[in-house]
Ligand binder design. Structure first.
Ligand code: AG3
Length: 445
């Protein structure tokens, strides 16, 4: 603000009606913001470079300027500035302080205002221009230079009314939230089983959320899907028939199908809307896997399916949600027992088992159940950035302990023979994934 000027001196007041300045025939603004400022919507907000905002506000400091005590100069400067910006002048008011000099003034425009305050004794003027919508306040700068011939000019810009971005907050863990900026929501639906949302984020690409819990992201899905598929496939070495429970996004299916000697993959997903919307909005996850002739897609409850099926599998992969909602029954002992019954000799069961640091109870319970049923039960690890909390535990259960003791050389040979491309999995990572940090081992007891 300007230093206070002595009171009791009205100085000079210059009033101006807008009609004087408007070219003849130009429409008079009638209580609405003018067409010149119109943006795309009817609220004049600007949509530019991915941002939505009300307009541009410039703060302009003129130094070594002339004419700062001359109301005519100031008036002309403001009028020319308004015209240069193609804005609509509604009113112009100047007040000249006659004792010390200096002028306070404002041009009210349909797009907002230009304000000026001058200190002639310092050759300084503080000007601010705010124009909403598409009006460009920078176009006033040459007019200000022309009127005041400043030695130097400083400009700072502020975008006004920047709409704050939308955030998705995952509340999976007690007392802890994880946020993702949402740039676009593509689909939101209450399916028969859960709430499904698919949206775009700047950092993780497109994301699938079920019942408020992040399931998969384009950016880091391979940390998870590759590790659910390749360790059991390469440890076993001769998998022909695979059963996937859940996994409706198709990521695990895609990884399994990379192995040429797979005969058949039965994928049992409870929620047809997950498959349909992931195929549509997240095609990079399934990459055509649902169309593979080896794929048999069944829409059914996984618990009922394993309880009833007569088929036997070399590998069962449980690619589930966390143990709340529709995923809950997939962590029950009965389900694990039915999985065991559905495995061929030497078969392996792997499961999604949460992030032990934040989901310790889940680790302990699953371990107890798997251990009571299988000759060999343990966890192996991956670390999925969007499943926050450090390592994720994948359950590993097999009637044959040898499955997890396959030497590195054998894994390397099998991996080379499979000739598949991966981004997370390597035989060395496979072996290392079974090395459990102390806190996880302690959490299993
Ligand atoms: N399945 C695992 C979701 C786990 C999320 N939980 C968590 N952050 N602890 C997702 C399906 C991907 N195919």
């Amino acid at each position: 603000m300007a230093p206070p000027k002595p009171a009791g001196n009205p100085g000079v007041v210059v009033g101006l009606e807008p009609s004087e300045d408007r070219p003849s025939g130009a429409p008079r603004p009638a209580g609405r913001r003018p067409s010149k400022a119109e943006g795309k919507g009817d609220d004049y907000f600007v949509e530019k470079d991915g941002l939505s905002y009300a307009g541009t506000h410039l703060l302009i400091d003129l130094w070594g300027a002339k004419g700062l005590d001359d109301a005519e100069v100031v008036e002309t400067a403001l009028k020319r500035s308004v015209a240069a910006c193609d804005a609509t002048l509604l009113n112009l008011h100047l007040h000249r302080f006659s004792d010390q000099g200096g002028i306070s003034g404002v041009a009210v425009i349909a797009e907002s205002h230009i304000g000026i305050h001058t200190w002639p004794e310092r050759g300084y003027a503080a000007i601010d221009i705010f124009m909403c919508g598409a009006c460009d306040p920078y176009r006033a700068i040459p007019e200000l230079r022309r009127s005041f011939a400043p030695r130097s000019i400083q400009i700072s810009e502020q975008k006004r009314g920047l709409a704050s971005p939308e955030w998705f907050l995952e509340r999976l863990h007690t007392g802890y939230r994880q946020g993702f900026e949402v740039t676009r929501t593509l689909h939101r639906q209450k399916t028969e089983f859960q709430e499904l949302v698919i949206f775009d984020t700047p950092t993780f690409g497109r994301v699938l959320v079920l019942d408020g819990v992040l399931q998969t992201t384009e950016a880091d899905e391979y940390f998870y899907h590759e590790m659910l598929a390749h360790p059991p496939l390469l440890a076993h070495g001769a998998v022909g028939d695979v059963l996937i429970i859940g996994g409706g996004d198709g990521g695990t299916l895609r990884e399994v199908l990379k192995h040429r000697n797979i005969r058949r993959v039965t994928i049992v997903e409870i929620d047809a809307d997950v498959v349909e919307n992931c195929r549509r909005y997240l095609p990079s996850i399934s990459k055509g896997a649902f169309e593979d002739r080896r794929t048999e897609l069944v829409f059914a409850d996984g618990v009922a399916f394993v309880a009833e099926t007569k088929d036997k599998f070399d590998l069962i992969i449980v690619d589930s949600t966390d143990p709340t909602g529709p995923g809950e029954a997939l962590f029950e002992e009965r389900f694990y027992a039915d999985c065991k019954a559905g495995l061929k000799e030497k078969g392996i069961l792997v499961t999604q088992n949460g992030v032990p640091f934040l989901q310790g109870a889940e680790l302990a319970t699953s371990y107890r159940r798997l251990k009571s049923l299988f000759a060999d039960a343990t966890f192996y690890l991956t670390a999925v950035p969007s499943y926050v909390g450090g390592f994720m535990a994948l359950g590993w259960a097999s009637t044959e302990a040898a499955n997890r003791r396959v030497p590195l050389e054998t894994l390397e040979t099998r991996f080379a023979e499979a000739a598949i491309e991966t981004r997370y999995y390597t035989p060395a990572v496979h072996l290392a994934a079974f090395a459990l940090p102390r806190y996880i081992m302690d959490g299993m007891e």
